[in-house]
Design a protein around this ligand. Structure first.
Ligand SMILES: [Zn+2]
Ligand SMILES: [Zn+2]
Length: 280
């Protein structure tokens, strides 16, 4: 079995209302792309900040600018399609109870938990307009803050899948690497992942970014395997053409780690199924 659970129905820079993309025609394009790639399980996980309800969690300027859609209408729409229903929800420190309420009130199959913004600050590791690297040149500090937030996210118990687990590396050689051994960032994160019982996403999105690598890096993934953490497989596609993006590399990577099962979700219950092969 192959899955693609971390999918968006439109590009991030498109601020057209959701109705334009929450259509049967659009879903059919994703389904056709999945069928062509041999992916049996497809799920959609729109960014929580696209929905008005997200403003109960946080009023970040980017969220205020983007929160136009209704979360319940989205859920209802996805329920009427063959896709699993998910959402990509940021971990917002201090908003854990409100996040739990927002998620528990809806019948998601899974929730993808992510860290884009670090600490309690407004700046993000992957957004140009809110770049954490602006005015801060200390990579050890940025990586420390990112991995602390990631650990909190994993440990919170709010989410089923930990998205793009080393997103901080997104800019690749365009930003300096920390001096410290990267294992010293990974180890406490893996401890938190185990404690939180969350699955880790193997995401091919990093292959489309300046870093040109899978998330997570091999060193991180190896620690996950040693700790018995299960993987969920996704492309983080924002267009139908990106469904199953570079999955041959993802499958090969998992294979090389000795991972032969991946997670599937239904009603926020997780189960492991044998990892399949990409049809190419
Ligand atoms: Zn994300
Ligand atoms: Zn995403």
């Amino acid at each position: 079995m192959l899955t693609d659970y971390h999918l968006h129905l439109r590009p991030d820079d498109d601020d057209a209302p959701g109705e334009r993309y929450f259509t049967v025609e659009n879903i059919d394009r994703y389904l056709a792309a999945a069928a062509a790639a041999g992916i049996e399980e497809l799920g959609v996980s729109e960014h929580v900040y696209r929905f008005r309800q997200a403003l109960d969690l946080w009023q970040h300027p980017l969220w205020v600018e983007n929160a136009h859609d209704d979360l319940d209408e989205y859920c209802e729409f996805v329920r009427g399609t063959p896709l699993k229903l998910g959402v990509e929800c940021d971990f917002v420190p201090g908003a854990e109870a409100r996040t739990a309420e927002l998620l528990e009130r809806r019948e998601f199959d899974y929730v993808v938990g992510s860290v884009h913004f670090i600490g309690e600050g407004d700046s993000a590791v992957d957004h140009d307009g809110f770049d954490v690297w602006e005015g801060s040149e200390d990579p050890d500090e940025i990586w420390r803050r990112y991995f602390e937030s990631l650990a909190e996210c994993a440990r919170s118990g709010l989410f089923d899948i930990l998205a793009h687990p080393d997103l901080v590396k997104i800019w690749g050689g365009a930003r300096p690497l920390p001096q410290r051994d990267l294992r010293s960032f990974y180890e406490p994160a893996v401890e938190a992942i185990v404690a939180g019982g969350i699955a880790v996403e193997l995401s091919t999105a990093g292959l489309r970014k300046p870093v040109g690598e899978l998330y997570p890096a091999r060193g991180f993934a190896e620690l996950c395997v040693e700790a018995g953490v299960p993987f969920a497989l996704s492309s983080d596609a924002h267009l139908p053409e990106q469904v199953g993006f570079e999955y041959d590399r993802a499958v090969e990577f998992l294979d090389s780690l000795g991972v032969d099962e991946i997670c599937v979700f239904e009603g926020r219950e997780r189960r492991l199924v044998p990892l399949g092969n990409r049809v190419s």
